[in-house]
Design a protein around this ligand. Structure first.
Ligand code: ZN
Length: 157
């Protein structure tokens, strides 16, 4: 391939990325009122990897109002939250090496964190839960994470 043609291909790729938002990339915000700005995240099952950016839009520090974004199966949420309480702030309120955690950002206050995870451990059509493991937050800071076509999911939140 000539260098000129290579440049042409690169320009096309960049243009395509600019035109449409990538459905495999998720941006979510958490604020000082202990809220995520989304109740539901839908990711197409064609995504091989998902990139999640958590932005803490508040002003309070991590020790007062820190938030993280953790993904797990619905049935594993309570155990992960309890394990996170024991782990404490220094470990980001996350149980260490816990296989039930599919993905997790770090806890931040007024910061942002971007993670990427492989979807090979997710089953298409299943409903997962995203939540915050800071003490007391998971009862309100949680939402549904749907992998695949939501209209074909039997169980709705
Ligand atoms: Zn939180």
């Amino acid at each position: 391939m000539s260098s000129l043609r290579m440049i042409g291909v690169l320009v096309l790729i960049l243009a395509a990325q600019a035109v449409r938002a990538d459905p495999c990339k998720v941006s979510i915000e958490a604020n000082d009122n202990m809220q995520f700005n989304m109740r539901e995240i839908v990711v197409p099952s064609t995504c091989e990897a998902v990139e999640v950016t958590l932005r803490h839009s508040g002003k309070l520090g991590a020790k007062v109002m820190g938030h993280d974004w953790v993904l797990a199966k619905d049935a594993d949420v309570s155990a992960i939250v309890n394990g996170g309480l024991s782990a404490g702030f220094s470990r980001g309120f996350l149980p260490q090496n816990d296989k039930r955690i599919i993905a997790a950002t770090k806890v931040g206050g007024g910061e942002s964190d971007t993670i990427s995870f492989n979807t090979s451990s997710l089953a298409a059509g299943l409903r997962y839960v995203f939540f915050c493991t800071s003490p007391g937050h998971s009862t309100v800071m949680r939402g549904a994470f749907l992998f695949g076509d939501p209209t074909r999911l039997a169980k709705r939140p």
